[in-house]
Design a protein around this ligand. Sequence first.
Ligand SMILES: Nc1ncnc2c1ncn2[C@@H]1O[C@H](COP(=O)(O)OP(=O)(O)OP(=O)(O)O)[C@@H](O)[C@H]1O
Ligand SMILES: [Mg+2]
Length: 525
Amino acid sequence: MLSKIYSAGLYGIDGFVVTVEVDARENFAAFELVGLPDMAVKEAKERVRTACENTGYLFPELAYMVNLAPADRRKEGTVFDVAILVGILRCAGAIDPRSDLSDSCFLGELSLSGELRPIRGVLCMCAAARDAGLRRVYVPRENAAEAAAVRGIDVYAVGSMRELIAHLNAKEALTPTCPPDFEEELSSISLPDLSDVRGQAMAKRAMEIAAAGGHNILLIGPPGTGKSMLAKRLPSILPPLTFEEALQTTKVHSVTGLLPAGESLLIRRPFRSPHHTMSAVSLVGGGINPMPGEISLAHNGVLFMDELPEFPKQVTDGLRQPLEDHAVTITRANGRATFPCSFMLVAAMNPCRCGYFGHPTRPCTCRRGDVARYLSNISGPMLDRMDIQIELPSLTYEEISTPDPDAETSAVVRERVIKARAFAARRMAAVDAAQGEPPHNDATDAPLCNARLDPAGIHRYCRMDADAVQLLKDAYENLGLSARGHDRILRVARTIADLEESDIIAAHHVAEAIQLRSLDRKYWS
Ligand SMILES: Nc1ncnc2c1ncn2[C@@H]1O[C@H](COP(=O)(O)OP(=O)(O)OP(=O)(O)O)[C@@H](O)[C@H]1O
Ligand SMILES: [Mg+2]
């Protein structure tokens, strides 16, 4: 007797459908499992047998051959337990052999008592099952909300094997889990608000520009001026996640098993704040079975590197390639996994170890050489990738003691950010249409933001008036800008113009962009 049941495996953030073939023969008792299983999959034999007996079925003593196809892909973890037991019980007749399981997928680990245990990566596996044309997926109860975020496939939450068998034998009905109402959940988010930050008008303006163009930003200043506070408020002024973005970000979290039980889609933009003692692998991703790192967990959100100079240089330098490519590829003998990592980098730092270098009233207690050494922990290429650098001065007593009743809330700033991004999209589409060219894009399918414009993109989309050209030329010659520095100023100037809904970059846009890039000359020259 042969039965064929569908399940799914995981590689990177991609699921793939696995066919579990169970062949059962009489005469003697045996259990053979093939198809590149890892140790956890091999141990399924023991879990399946005990779970079966504790569910109230005598485990049929037959010669079983279980094949997980495609046989050339590694199978990991415990996700195939349920499918294997369903296959066995179908061979043995405990599940009606006439029941049609040809469009069903079974995911889940079994406990010895026959309960279904949650697994990681359910969202990715459900999406793969749907893409392969399957119509139903049975998942552990704790994973049902997450699975239901995939549209176009019915998700059944299952507590135990007993419940599942009764359902498959048409003795007990299960109702599909309702998909989450994405829009409704979005409207329920509350985040720390920008209006909590007093003073720091320049820095707030810089954050708004960064949010509008997706620019990386470096905040420098003495202790207690609101750097960390401001960074934490960046998600509140970014546009809300789109459904597609939420799906992608949730997939990354799903494969790491970090999604809280019962949680469906992640509806907040991630804000990840890795500690400087973190290893390069935890930050960028890696491992024998490749796992996403912090930068991928920050996909479509913010990566906040507080106390940037404290991060070892080889760790920060590991960010250079992902910052350009918006994806990390990890190659292993059995294949390679690509994890998306499109994030905004916000870094914060003091200008020196004591924190008061350059302070107007408080003396810096560092030795001169120490300041330079501290600052040199940030490499030139890393500094180059921060489009905007801004200094947060100490607050005056008036600023800290009197709340500003007119302080703008995050909602107001976010409206402007959304408007600027929409304007930029229209502007770029108009250029494409006029030139009769397809959109100029980078490797990702995400809508292009100004921060991502490469030299060809800058040439195409950043038009300046004559005064702006002259100003940029003067700055290039007098400030000793590099070609990279020139491009960076143009990208930021483009965003500033978008905030004003101006098609053409004018001199005052360039002037502000230059101002937002003056700190490397102050501290690193
Ligand atoms: N601009 C500000 N407006 C309101 N409160 C502030 C401001 N700056 C600092 N504070 C208060 O000081 C605390 C510390 O601020 P924050 O952590 O943002 O400082 P920081 O600049 O990151 O300092 P450090 O360099 O030590 O990390 C905040 O929790 C807040 O109570
Ligand atoms: Mg801080």
